[in-house]
Design a protein. Structure first.
Length: 344
């Protein structure tokens, strides 16, 4: 448990102060150990959480001041606990934000099609080496909505593959997917969330999402879905599962009636953040279709190792169907390298 007290005990190790990145906060911590009174209005000092290490002592904030964030990654990310709440209409990263100037695929889809979108044109002169980037943001719209501690979030994700080096054909954008979402997050009370072997059930979630590539026929691809999910956590490992239900469309308007047969109806994410590095594995699948779906591995590491908020080296490996909507029924394996713009 995190220990809280009005002032640090004399035997508090100096290492707690030395671990604080902020210069002013670190100096104030040393002053407190030395018995020097803090200046009026000084903010409470909180030693940073170190995944996999011991939980440092935390000095309780004065009345009216913000509480220290919890050591739970999922709680900090989704603001599940009261100490992690930051109000509404703040922008945060959602899915990984990255720019991959080098994205190499084993095979390029030069003739995309679907059962309802036949294509009678010549194959596109696309190259296997291109660029890929993703922008993904979220903001809390309502706090403590309907259930205690439950919040409603809005999110937007845009992913593009760009034929950056295909200058003979004007370096076109091969595809861009747009995905707005509404996400209702419900924190699980601690007394109900404790699981064996140190695991914790952190949240349940409900969501609505629309995804489309905004192209005209015969290249138009889209789907609408609702999903239910949950999140588990054990120290620096997190597991998030989602189960999607696609809303049916009429055969006359459905651009991709077999989409979920290829990309999968369910999604399982395993995150790992032992220290500076972060890793994320995403497996999309459908029960009864073992040869479909996909596996994505994302990895990042800070370029400037003394700052966790600096730009990060980023690598992404993908294999399977549906790296983007245009390629939903096209199997490929790809590898991209670049930088992450926002830590995930």
């Amino acid at each position: 448990m995190v220990a809280a007290q009005e002032s640090p005990a004399p035997e508090q190790p100096l290492a707690d102060c030395a671990a604080i990145d902020d210069d002013a906060a670190r100096l104030a911590c040393y002053d407190r150990l030395a018995g020097r009174p803090a200046a009026a209005g000084t903010a409470p000092i909180v030693a940073p959480y170190s995944p996999g290490g011991r939980t440092p002592n935390v000095i309780a904030p004065a009345p009216g001041q913000e509480r220290a964030p919890t050591p739970s990654f999922l709680s900090r990310f989704w603001e599940l606990e009261p100490a992690d709440k930051r109000g509404v209409f703040n922008f945060n990263g959602y899915r990984p934000n990255y720019f991959l100037p080098v994205h190499v695929t084993s095979d390029i889809n030069t003739d995309p099609s679907s059962p309802t979108q036949a294509r009678d044109l010549a194959p596109e002169p696309f190259q296997r080496v291109e660029a890929k980037f993703q922008i993904s943001l979220r903001s809390k719209l309502f706090e403590n909505l309907l259930l205690p501690g439950a919040d409603l979030w809005g999110a937007y994700t845009q992913q593009s593959v760009w034929q950056l080096y295909n200058t003979e054909n004007s370096a076109p954008f091969r595809n861009t997917d747009y995905q707005p979402e509404l996400i209702y997050m419900m924190p699980v009370p601690q007394r109900l969330g404790a699981l064996p072997l140190g695991w914790h059930w952190r949240f349940g979630q409900l969501g609505l999402a629309h995804q489309s590539n905004g192209q005209q026929d015969p290249l138009s691809r889209s789907w609408n879905r609702a999903y239910v999910g949950f999140g588990l956590e054990n120290e620096h490992v997190s597991i998030v599962a989602r189960f999607n239900h696609r809303f049916s469309e009429s055969p006359e308007t459905d651009d991709n009636p077999d989409l979920t047969d290829y990309i999968g109806r369910n999604e399982l994410q395993v995150g790992w953040a032992p220290g500076r590095a972060t890793a994320l594995a995403t497996y999309k699948y459908s029960f009864g279709l073992p040869r479909r779906g996909s596996l994505t591995l994302d990895w990042s590491y800070p370029i400037k190792t003394d700052s966790m908020r600096a730009l990060r080296w980023y690598a992404q490996f993908f294999t399977g169907y549906g790296e983007n909507l245009l390629d939903y029924n096209f199997r490929q394996t790809s590898l991209g390298v670049g930088v992450a713009l926002i830590e995930f």
